[in-house]
Write a protein that binds this ligand. Sequence first.
Ligand SMILES: *Cc1c(COP(=O)(O)O)cnc(C)c1O
Length: 441
Amino acid sequence: MTTTTITSRTRPKPTFRVPDRSIYERRESEVRSYARAMPRQFNKAEDVWMYDNQGGRYLDFLSGCSTLNYGHNHPALKNALIDYISADGIAHGLDLHTDAKAEFLETFESLILKPRGLDYRAMFTGPTGTNAVEAAIKLARKVTGREIVIAFTNGFHGMTLGALACTGNAAKRIGAGVPLSHVSHESYDGYHGPDVDTAALLDKRLSDPSSGLDAPAAILVETVQGEGGLNTASPEWLRTIADIAKRHGALLIVDDIQAGCGRTGTFFSFEGMGFTPDIVTMAKSLSGMGLPFALTLFRPELDQWSPGEHNGTFRGNNHAFVTATAALRHFWQNDAFEKDIERKGQLLANRLNEVADEFDLSTRGRGMMRGLDVGSGDIAAAITSACFDAGLIIETSGAHDEIVKVLAPLTIDDSTLSTGLDILAKSVRTVMAGSYGVAAE
Ligand SMILES: *Cc1c(COP(=O)(O)O)cnc(C)c1O
């Protein structure tokens, strides 16, 4: 194992010159967001590190919101892509058959689907996660002839109208500017505390013809809510939800866009839980290298599309086929990677629990998708800001942005993980001691 020692030479350097940001202020829309909390200009990234153009170096515990599970520019993926481009491989081919697509599908079948006993058809949607969700709910409505989709409190599913309607966050939904309808937001596991069985409540509403809740086309769920605050659903709850979907004639869609590709410890976040979703959405880390690439998987009987019925110019990014195939071959040939994620996930949990115990806070999440509930968005923002000053890129999530979330690359070595968690712990202590300004409301 390689370990990285933080020496005075490699420690992130403070930047002394204020970088020129006038072009962004002049020309880039106000809609930009992450750049505001991290006002640097980045120009290089390798493994778990990002570099700015002033000589600063940052440890990346955000990983593109779990888009870079294998780190930045992993050599196995990068070299495969360089070779492919050098050989004039197809970059864009609409949905034509290409070598790159065939290799991806064959590899996905042999390394992912078959060993897990899964039988899914793969639909390449437009390249972002929200495209995969749109396709999933459209297919569910088409197949069932029903309109309502059940989504959950604190769920996040994307920004286009159909997916946005399924997203819990009101500030995001309000941006639609039109009514978002045909979705019912029900309570996620644990929403009313540990003593309320929210699956039983849902079952009751669906079983009562006078409850006001119409028979749904689909139940759309994340096993761990990435943007919603790293709330986890228990395997029992998810199994019950799967059973409810079946009994009430709805399709179960697992949105594995953030929790999938190993983030929770297995390739799919629902593995080993004793149920099989009808439809699965994937994106984020699927390409492995940060290239846009999304996939909607469904049981073959559900493949009732007519040719071109759900279309798109960028369906199946050939460069992403190449890097995704390389990622599957490099990381998913056997269970060594999964075992390593599980081990590191435990390490992460232990360290976060230590910090939580020190300040009577709580932790959330599963696998390498965990966070610290610090109680308020202002405190969380102060902590992530202190982390950034110390060379650690880390973000928040949750209804009030009150969860500091650790999304380190899954490939990180123990010593670097530890270094980042030291920075986090120190920042929490600094902020909790009141010696770091918490922005007033
Ligand atoms: C990020 C995310 C999406 C949306 O993906 P985009 O690529 O941003 O459109 C949907 N669902 C979940 C669970 C996500 O984390």
